[in-house]
Every structure is written in structure tokens, then in C-alpha cells.
Ligand binder design. Structure first.
Ligand code: ATP
Ligand code: PRP
Length: 240
């Protein structure tokens, strides 16, 4: 293992896009756009840091086995994976949404989840669903899907779905109603436990930079003076 070389696992789309400003705060630029290139290994302006592009749900696996030293993954994905071999130091507060139960309009959810009842649940998030309904004492038949969950209650595949909700537009467009929030979801930085020890000197400044960028983003959400924010960002970039 080259202790200098670092590999960061990211997924295309919102995680890549929302992680970029944090990398930039650490002085790192990714030299290619995964939306335009078919390449899966992307160079950065730091010759010792490369980015690999993987499916969102595969990020923990790459990091667990050390194929990537660190990565960014949603709490949903991490709960489904189980977190073995991963250190999860920072909630990046990006890709924010919630995991919820949704039903067709008119479906009597309160009656359906009475103690001892049996419910057909379609979801990609089987672990989260299993634990949620077990905690309520509701027996479920789990139907594993890989996408378009909203369709399941509409065509009689399931009584309810467990899925991510952000604006709620997808539910509305499909005449579904959110009946219960299970948990808030955001994305976390995950680090391979062995890499954290063996590549500590290389990783630590990056972890600090991510933490600083999260704190700054939280501050900017409150801050009403953007020029002040720009000044503090520039100062921080120089210091890093
Ligand atoms: P895969 O490609 O592995 O099936 P995916 O399609 O869920 O995963 P993305 O859509 O890129 O991958 O989502 C990545 C992460 O972003 C999710 O794990 C979740 O934490 C978060 N997320 C998903 N949907 C939304 C949304 N509508 N708004 C905000 N964040 C979301
Ligand atoms: C997620 C989720 C919902 C949608 C909710 O899908 O599975 O379908 O977002 O967002 P909304 O409440 O803002 O409408 P995503 O956009 O990630 O598509 P995918 O599952 O096909 O990748």
C-alpha cells in the first residue's frame, strides 16, 4: 500500500455535485466531469488523490475492502450496508432528505398497522423497513425493489412503500401520501478503518477540511452577509 496515494469513492449525480464544493474548500479540483466522461477513475489537481465513480449503494463496499480509502454515502445506504469496516467521522449534511412510509390516497394506514396486523411493504431499503415495522410490532411481507417504488401501491404490488422523500413531488405526481417519517437522511464521509491508521497523515488534513466546509456551510445558511462569508472562505482556503 502506497501511504501517499488516496482514493475517494463518489457516486455520480447529487453526491458528486454536492461534494465538489467541499473538495474545493480543501484546494482540490476534480479534473474531469463524470457526466461528460465515461471514465471511472478521475484525476484531481493533487497527484496523490484520485476519485473513483461507483454506484451510490456500492460506495461502502469499496471503502470497506480498502479499494477506496474514503467515500461519501447516504445514511440510507450505510444502514443497509451495516457499516462493517467503516469509520464514519463526519455528517456532511448534503443530499438531505427523509426516509418515509407512503401509501395510496385513501388507504387507511392507521388501521393497517394495528398491533398484530400484516402489511405488504415494497422498498429498496429492506433493513430500514424491517427494523421500523418490527419496532411497531407489525408483521410485514417485504418486496425488494431497485427503483420506481412509487408504482408498487398503484398496481397492487404492495400496501405501502418505504422510500426517500425530499420535495414530495414524486409522491404527489403518483397520488401517494406520506404517512410516517422514519428518519432524516443525509450523506456522511466514510473512511476505511485500516487506511485511517496507515494513511493518517494524508487523510487527517482532508478530514479537517471537510469538517471546516460543513461548519462553514452551516454558518452560511444562517449568515445574511454573503461578502463576510466569502472572506472567511478565502481565509480558510489559504490556511488549508
Ligand atoms: P443507486 O444508483 O446505487 O441505486 P441512488 O439512485 O439512490 O443509488 P442517488 O439518486 O445518486 O443514488 O442518491 C444518492 C443518495 O442521495 C441517496 O443514498 C440518498 O441518501 C440521497 N438522496 C436520494 N434521493 C434524494 C432526493 N430526492 N433528494 C435528496 N437526497 C436524495
Ligand atoms: C429519489 C426517491 C424518490 C425521489 C423523491 O429518487 O427514490 O423517487 O428521489 O424526491 P422528491 O420527494 O423530491 O420527489 P431519485 O431522484 O434518486 O431517483 P432514482 O431513485 O431513480 O435514482
Amino acid at each position: 500500500m502506497n501511504p501517499q496515494q488516496l482514493t475517494l469513492a463518489l457516486s455520480k449525480g447529487r453526491i458528486f455535485e454536492e461534494t465538489l464544493p467541499m473538495l474545493e474548500a480543501a484546494g482540490i479540483r476534480v479534473l474531469e466531469d463524470p457526466e461528460k466522461s465515461r471514465k471511472l477513475i478521475l484525476a484531481t489537481n493533487d497527484p496523490h488523490l484520485r476519485v473513483i465513480i461507483v454506484r451510490a449503494s456500492d460506495v461502502p463496499t469499496y471503502v470497506q475492502y480498502g479499494a477506496a480509502d474514503f467515500g461519501v454515502a447516504g445514511k440510507d445506504v450505510l444502514l443497509e450496508h451495516g457499516g462493517a469496516g467503516l469509520y464514519q467521522p463526519i455528517d456532511l449534511a448534503i443530499a438531505a432528505c427523509r426516509m418515509s412510509v407512503a401509501v395510496s390516497q385513501g388507504f387507511d394506514y392507521d388501521y393497517a398497522v394495528r398491533q398484530g396486523a400484516r402489511l405488504r411493504v415494497a422498498t429498496k431499503y429492506t433493513e430500514i423497513a424491517r427494523q421500523h415495522f418490527a419496532s411497531k410490532g407489525v408483521h410485514i411481507d417485504l418486496i425488494k425493489l431497485y427503483g420506481s417504488m412509487e408504482l408498487a401501491p398503484l398496481v397492487g404490488l404492495s400496501d405501502v412503500i418505504v422510500d426517500l422523500v425530499s420535495t414530495g413531488n414524486t409522491l404527489v405526481a403518483n397520488h401517494l401520501v406520506e404517512v410516517e417519517k422514519i428518519m432524516d437522511i443525509s450523506s456522511r464521509l466514510v473512511v476505511n478503518q485500516a487506511a485511517l491508521k496507515l494513511k493518517r497523515e494524508r487523510l487527517q488534513p482532508l478530514l479537517h477540511a471537510f469538517s471546516a466546509a460543513v461548519a462553514l456551510a452551516a454558518e452560511s445558511a444562517k449568515c445574511s452577509a454573503p461578502s463576510q462569508l466569502m472572506q472567511s472562505m478565502q481565509k480558510m482556503q489559504k490556511e488549508l
